[in-house]
Design a protein around this ligand. Structure first.
Ligand code: S3P
Length: 427
């Protein structure tokens, strides 16, 4: 995909439904008693892996486009399919589903694509074993086998601030008879699971960085409107801020405070973003955003902020590259175990485009130069949807076009990304 330089971005966008919320809604619907309705479903390769997974486990799914209906199998009603469950590229699926399967009868095998098979699973296997499940990995990686059984509650001090680890343990906690299961994180991560569990009638307590769930008898079916995905809105926030003369409105964007670190970091750098029409959808705060372009100044992203913008750090690096002054990110070693090693892939992609960026063990240092990037190069997406989007934005902001190799992987989270971006570009 060749991305030509742009003058500005103008128009209106409604981004797809939130990926994290869509995965969770499908998983909880699969173990609820009765029929759930998920409206504004964020259809992507990742969430379709979850649709297929819950169907193979015995939930009955009716896919009506924007709306998905799921007849739940009940809290303990999932059954092992004949073959392995294919989690595709989706870390959220393999980790959250493992927590649920730990409470079911049977042996379940979970596999993933090449990238997912390199991502760490010991971080969920260890707490699930402490709860009494049998979990086998291949050197800490997929394929993963979970043998469900009787679980006991734990208080788990997670070594990583990861919503996937926290959610896995809390979901297993629904099955842990005898008392509450608690997860303590080094810093608060996204809390969609806690919110949705409460909405389904489970007893949950949230005191970040501590979350607790009590064992449940049943979950109520869901009826929810999925908010727009902040992480899919983020590339537009960045591009409209950086391209002079831009004016963009983003409608129905989820603004859960555990997800909006990038918004606050951009504002601190001088971005001009108005938030209006605040409302609630699916137990989550939602609003419309209006972005006009602005000159940015450098900033530092501190370790405690990292979980709040973990998936937007590649975009932060690009914004920092075009800001006045030197910026940096510390405490982001988790980036190394995402869909690609994003410390490495961001550094490589931006350096190719002409940015002065260096990688550190746990982040980046970036020298800001408020001028167009050089461009005229090939950026390899490395099979990572967020790097493909980063390459596309670098192309818009360059003097010469950028060829994004392997751009199709945007379908992992946002299949229509290039069409929507193209419809907003002023050249
Ligand atoms: C996600 C949590 C984050 C994030 C991922 C989605 C989730 O991962 O990077 O894209 O849906 O819970 P970690 O929880 O492992 O940091």
């Amino acid at each position: 995909m060749k991305v030509e330089p742009a003058v500005s971005l103008r128009g209106d966008v409604a981004v797809p439904g939130d990926k994290s919320v869509s995965h969770r809604a499908l998983l909880l619907a699969a173990i609820a008693d009765g029929e759930s309705e998920i409206r504004g479903f964020g259809r992507s390769a990742d969430t379709l892996s979850t649709v297929a997974a819950i169907a193979s486990l015995g939930a009955s799914v009716s896919d009506e486009g924007d709306t998905i209906r799921v007849a739940g199998a009940g809290l303990r009603g999932l059954r092992a399919p004949a073959g392995p469950i294919d989690c595709g590229n989706a870390g959220t699926l393999i980790r959250l589903l493992s927590g649920i399967l730990a409470g079911q009868d049977g042996r379940f095998e979970l596999v993933g694509d090449e990238s997912l098979s390199h991502r760490p699973l010991e971080r969920i296997a260890a707490p699930l074993r402490l709860m009494g499940a049998s979990v086998e990995t291949v050197d800490g990686h997929a394929p993963l086998a979970v043998c469900g059984g009787k679980l006991r509650p734990i208080r788990y001090e997670s070594p990583v601030a990861s919503a996937q680890v926290k959610s896995c343990v809390l979901l297993a906690g629904l099955y842990a008879a005898g008392g509450p299961t608690t997860v303590v994180e080094p810093a608060p991560s996204r809390d969609h699971t806690e919110r949705m569990l409460a909405g389904a009638g489970a007893r949950v307590e949230r005191r970040p960085p501590v979350a607790t769930v009590w064992p449940a008898e049943r979950l109520s079916p869901l009826s929810l409107d999925v908010p727009g995905d902040f992480s899919s809105a983020a590339p537009f926030l960045a591009a409209a801020t950086l391209l002079p003369g831009s004016e963009l409105r983003l409608h129905g964007v989820g603004l859960n405070p555990t997800r909006t670190g990038f918004l606050h970091v951009l504002e601190r750098m001088g971005a001009r973003i108005s938030v209006y029409n605040r409302r609630q959808a699916g137990g989550e705060p939602v609003a419309d955003l209006e972005i006009t372009s602005a000159e940015l100044v450098a900033t530092e992203v501190a370790p405690a902020e990292v979980p709040l913008l973990i998936d937007e750090l590649p975009l932060f690096a690009l914004c920092a590259a075009l800001a006045h002054g030197d910026s940096g990110v510390r405490g982001a070693q988790e980036l190394r175990v995402k869909e690609s090693d994003r410390v490495e892939s961001v550094t490589r992609a931006l350096r190719a485009a002409g940015v002065r960026i260096s990688d550190t063990a746990d982040g980046f240092r970036i020298r800001g130069v408020p001028a167009r990037l050089r461009g005229g190069v090939v950026v390899d997406a490395a099979g990572d949807h967020r790097i493909a989007m980063l390459g596309a934005l670098a192309g818009l902001l360059s003097r010469e076009p950028i060829e994004v190799r392997g751009a199709d992987c945007v379908a992992v989270s946002y299949p229509g990304f290039f069409d929507v971006l193209g419809s907003l570009v002023v050249r």
